[in-house]
Design a protein around this ligand. Structure first.
Ligand SMILES: *Cc1c(COP(=O)(O)O)cnc(C)c1O
Length: 477
């Protein structure tokens, strides 16, 4: 199993190197040189399996022997045994032709846990083999930092430093990070904005001496292994609803295009998928692309669904690569022009190819609130604003006949409603409760360090505390 860069000028790598490298050296993203495929019989045999066995069967072909199958099965088991639902990603029926796939039963109540719980363990295993450590550094506005922290906590070959802007995250978001009492987890509250935090992380990666000494790493959304881990639940849902004999459609609330690209991957592996529906909030660069064939950046507007408030969908490059018939030269040229001009166009035939599989719809905040209220009235189900953006798109796709009546639709529920309680309560009058195991979150002790908005101060702190830095932290040897 080999992985190639979308831009064609980085080394071809095996699974282990692809995982540890993340972004390709030429600025591109790694994709499999060719997709492993299942026969109909193999797909049929996946029906009824426990999640961890399904996950092992779907992912093993991507490892190309890099990890012993039994060892990988143990790792997968361990990654998902902490989920709050035995089915890990259960389906809930909302209507005769509509299902929700709940991806929020992991430790931080959002879908990123499904990939990151596995990714942290994969990193740790492969680093242990090499007797190496890395220092993970990230910045968060609050909604995604906790998933990275939960992925890295207690991993013996990783330390994680997460920067967030002091007093600018919700109490729940902050506490999901600061109540993690693990020796290798450091929460830094910066006296500044999220942009200040992000700029500091960029500066640290740009400081070669610092970067190399601490072996800086990120667990960002372009890592191939995250895509791989997300393919599993698409396969599982499709098989539960009739694959290989009946095709299904998926609607995915989309930001960086990582989640929905995994559905594209499931299809490439032989799962019958009739249509993939993109749900955007007001930051609708993708919806505009699928209408016009032009990807043009616009300023980011804050919405009720902050995890989708993005300007550029980094994983979209993986789809563009295929739309260019995997011509990495043409893609690299296009991406250079996109960087320079903020705009990228594809040819009419490429747009037609994309439109045959994808449909895209946007929901503004008013429409998002209306869906949350409507779903609550009709089915007694509370959904978070991201999920609501998807459900809006799913309805639009049905009414515009982008999805046939006979095709079951699975809409992805990407966050637990209690993760965004204000929006849910405003739309329904009901305050969503945290799951039992997090019920005491607001009473747990917190640990964080407040630092001035100064790169020097943050770097000095990291050097002092990282195991690869100057001194040893908290009594570890
Ligand atoms: C990250 C996230 C998304 C967007 O997923 P992408 O893979 O970036 O498209 C949507 N909803 C929630 C709740 C998220 O955390």
């Amino acid at each position: 199993m080999r992985y190639i860069s979308t831009r064609g000028a980085a080394p071809i790598l095996g699974f282990e190197e692809t995982l540890l490298t993340g972004l390709a050296r030429d600025g591109g993203l790694y994709v499999p040189e060719s997709w492993p495929t299942f026969t109909s019989e193999e797909v049929r045999a996946l029906a009824g399996l426990p999640y961890s066995e399904l996950a092992a069967r779907v992912m093993l072909p991507f490892l190309g022997g890099a990890i012993d199958p039994d060892e990988f099965r143990r790792l997968v088991d361990d990654a998902y045994k902490g989920f709050n639902h035995a089915a890990v990603t259960p389906l809930v029926q909302l209507d005769h032709d509509l299902w929700l796939m709940e991806l929020f039963h992991g430790p931080t109540l959002a879908f990123k846990d499904v990939a990151l719980q596995l990714l942290g363990r994969l990193f740790d295993l492969l680093l242990a083999r090499r007797d190496q450590r890395v220092t993970v550094v990230g910045a968060t506005s609050g909604d995604t930092g906790s998933a990275a922290i939960e992925a890295c906590r207690d991993r013996s070959h990783l330390d994680i430093f997460m920067l967030h802007p002091l007093d600018r995250t919700s109490a729940i978001q902050r506490r999901q990070m600061t109540t993690v009492m693990a020796d290798n987890v450091y929460n830094i509250a910066v006296q500044g904005t999220f942009d200040d935090c992000q700029d500091m992380v960029k500066a640290m990666f740009g400081d070669a001496g610092f970067r190399d000494r601490l072996r800086l790493s990120a667990v960002n959304s372009i890592n191939w292994a995250r895509i791989m881990a997300q393919i599993v639940y698409y396969v599982g849902a499709a098989v539960a609803l009739g694959a290989p004999d009946r095709a299904v459609a998926f609607t995915v609330p989309t930001g960086n295009f990582g989640n929905i690209y995994a559905a594209y991957g499931a299809r490439a592996m032989g799962i019958p998928i009739d249509r993939l529906v993109v749900g955007s909030n007001s930051n609708d660069i993708l919806t505009r692309f699928f209408r016009s064939g032009v990807m043009a950046t616009a300023p980011v507007t804050p919405t009720l669904s902050p995890s989708m408030d993005i300007q550029i969908s980094s994983n979209f490059e993986r789809l563009l690569f295929d739309l260019h018939q995997r011509d990495s030269g043409a893609l690299a040229d296009g991406m250079r022009r996109f960087r320079a001009s903020g705009s990228y166009s594809v040819a009419p035939n490429q747009l037609e190819t994309a439109g045959a599989l994808f449909a895209a719809y946007r929901a503004d905040d008013d429409q998002t609130r209306a869906i949350i209220a409507d779903v609550w009235r009709q089915s007694g189900q509370l959904v978070d604003p991201h999920t609501a953006v998807g459900l809006h798109a799913a309805r639009a796709a049905r009414s515009e006949h982008a999805v046939a009546e006979t095709v079951p639709m699975v809409a992805l529920a990407c966050a637990h409603p209690a993760k965004f309680p204000e929006a849910v309560a405003a739309a329904t009058g009901v305050h969503p409760a945290l799951p039992d195991r997090l019920a005491d979150l607001l009473a747990r002790p917190e640990r964080l360090t407040v630092l001035p908005n100064s790169l020097d101060a943050v770097q000095a702190y990291i050097l002092r505390h990282a195991r690869l830095g100057e001194a040893k932290p908290r009594g570890s040897v």
